[in-house]
Design a protein around this ligand. Sequence first.
Ligand code: PMP
Length: 290
Amino acid sequence: MKIYIDGKYYDERSARISVFDHGVLYGDGIFEGIRAYNGRVFKLQEHLERLFCSAKSILLEIPMSKAELAAAVVQTCRRNRLGEGYIRLLVTRGVGPMGLSPNRCKNPSVVIIAGKIQLYPPELYKRGMEIVTVATTRNLHSALNPAIKSLNYLNNIMAKIEANLAGCEEAIMLNAEGFVAECTGDNLFIIRNGQLCTPPLSAGALHGITRQVVMEIAAESGLAVSEPNLTRYDLFNAEECFLTGTGAEIVPIVKIDGRVIGVGRPGAVTQKLVTQYHTLTNACGEPIYE
Ligand code: PMP
């Protein structure tokens, strides 16, 4: 595998960044997880938009334009003969002296890894997943805004650990007010009275690209879509529930905190959205080979 670091390609074993990079020392940096399907990079512009928004909010100057970054992502896929897989794009604050101040980190680093994806087992998509609510709440907007896809994912990792300790793969995270925010690496949706609902971004959800695509597909096929605040009660009494994320795509949820959701099997609305989503992922995106 060839890894892109600041304009050059390195073998997997020699791809390195400094231990003095503030990305390593403090989790000071940002990232995106992107998918390639069928020789195309899916929703690349949307991922770049979000990356630049994350950068702006932490006063990190990305040393490349969006067009240059897009070209580097596509080029890294090509170098790795990747037509199908997962791309991790990160920008670190760069090397600086120990001490929190980012002012002395003069050169942010750009890293692009394009490889295979580790998916949940196919069985899980067929039967549906069981998840739990965990005690770790989502970061407050006023502390570390959940809209920033930062290299500091400890909030999410702590929640993931709690889910794993409870024998589950994913965790529902509430915000400090007790409303549902999202999962550790996925957004959450329910079907209620035949309508699609997902927590608003103000509840602490990431502006997920898959979330956006699913909302658009749903609206186009005449499904009403809304973003109300949701409580655990709303989840327990939902007709269907599913998670969305670039890596996981659409995961049906059949049990939450021991309560069976709907009939305990992936629901019809969820399954239709899965089919529509796959049709889209295979048909559009930035071409890798031309
Ligand atoms: N929430 C969090 C916390 C995430 O890290 C992610 C991305 N893995 C998502 C939601 C889903 O976002 P996207 O659909 O853009 O991958």
